[in-house]
Design a protein. Structure first.
Length: 368
């Protein structure tokens, strides 16, 4: 999907022309934009959402998708005077400096979002254009800008009524219920069913099931559910992003590692290698895998290997799925794990103070 040239497959249209209501997702990703062929179904930009009612164009969130939306506004016009924010995490505001209408002196634009404790919306939104973060200062913005706080409450604007409610997500985050053209649209991009910041709503899972049971008629005339069974399954994961089957598949590598050496006819001094390998993901507190054993059942060699394996996984530079972590950060994580009772504190202390890891990190393995 190229958001600047074709409508989103998730667009929702009301009947008629003058009162038509169209929603469009200019960005759907979280954290960072995702280039490449994999995200083509929903696009690779971070969050930006538009509700269009006649000539009125209501904009929600300012992720990297806002750039394409701005170019469309320049080319195709429409009435727009507001950007409504759910919160100020980077993936929801990073497109703001690249929003073309900002640099048009004929534009009046109001940014509406929730106050974060004592920090006002202008400071939060414009701060990213400070010289430390961005080469173009906020003073270059030519549009007439204003800022308004909206934490929880209602607002009538451009023929629409907006109701807000606080969501379960770090910082002060709101979701929007948009009533326009006889339609009701909810924009809630970030919300957790479970978390440390707020009490868990026991009805949250039931609400998801209820939403999954509802359907709408898409632009192609076909009826489809708001949430597919697969999406419901993964949205219902309370912690992390992996379901039980995926987690088990990842953890199965331990047994693959064990199955190979256990069949090797080792000499007597090496005969426990398979046992040591099998336990390298075990934790002293019994929260590891594959066997969930505790310290008393783990050999000193296995406890040493557990520390080394975690450090290697964090700092390795040859993993295609992640960047290597700085040594200082990796050592801090080992310390935290020891404090939580997962790793042997004495081994972590010896590993850190002796800098034994340098013997591996400083070696050029291409020589072998």
């Amino acid at each position: 999907m190229h958001p600047t040239t074709e409508a989103s497959p998730s667009a929702l249209h009301a009947d008629g022309t003058a009162n038509a209501v169209t929603i469009r997702f200019w960005g759907t990703r979280g954290s960072i934009p995702s280039p490449g062929p994999q995200p083509t179904r929903y696009g690779g930009n971070t969050t930006s959402f538009e509700v269009r009612h006649g000539e009125q164009r209501l904009i929600f969130d300012a992720g990297s998708g806002l750039r394409a939306l701005g170019l469309d506004l320049v080319e195709n016009g429409g009435e727009f005077h507001h950007i409504f924010l759910t919160h100020f995490h980077w993936d929801h505001i990073q497109g703001f400096p690249f929003f073309a209408p900002l640099y048009n002196p004929d534009i009046d634009l109001k940014i509406v979002g929730p106050r974060q404790n004592s920090i006002d919306v202008r400071s939060l939104f414009a701060g990213q254009m400070g010289p430390i973060y961005f080469p173009v200062p906020f003073s270059v913005v030519a549009a007439t800008m204003s800022f308004e706080h909206l934490n929880e409450g209602s607002l009538d604007v451009a023929g629409a009524t907006l109701h807000t409610m606080r969501m379960k997500h770090p910082s002060y985050v709101i979701g929007y219920r948009i009533e326009v053209g006889g339609k009701v649209i909810c924009f809630i991009p970030d919300n957790e069913l479970e978390g440390d910041m707020y009490d868990v709503d026991e009805d949250a899972a039931g609400i998801l099931v209820e939403i999954a049971g509802r359907a709408f008629t898409g632009p192609d005339g076909n009826e489809q559910t708001y949430i597919t069974p697969e999406e419901l399954h993964f949205l219902s994961i309370k912690r992390g992003t992996l379901d039980e089957a995926e987690r088990k598949e990842i953890e199965s590598h331990v047994m693959h590692s064990f199955d190979f050496p256990v069949n090797i006819p080792w000499t007597e001094e090496l005969c426990r290698i398979a046992e040591i390998v099998r336990g390298h993901h075990e934790k002293l507190n019994g929260k590891g895998y594959p066997d969930g054993v505790t310290r008393e059942e783990l050999s000193i060699e296995t406890r040493i290997m557990s520390v080394c394996d975690i450090f290697d996984a964090l700092t390795a530079s040859d993993r295609p799925y992640k960047k290597s972590m700085p040594v200082e950060k990796a050592l801090q994580i080992l310390q935290w794990e020891a404090e939580e009772g997962a790793l042997e504190p004495d081994i972590v202390e010896l590993f850190t103070s002796s800098e034994v890891y340098r013997k591996v990190m400083d070696r050029d393995w291409r020589e072998f």
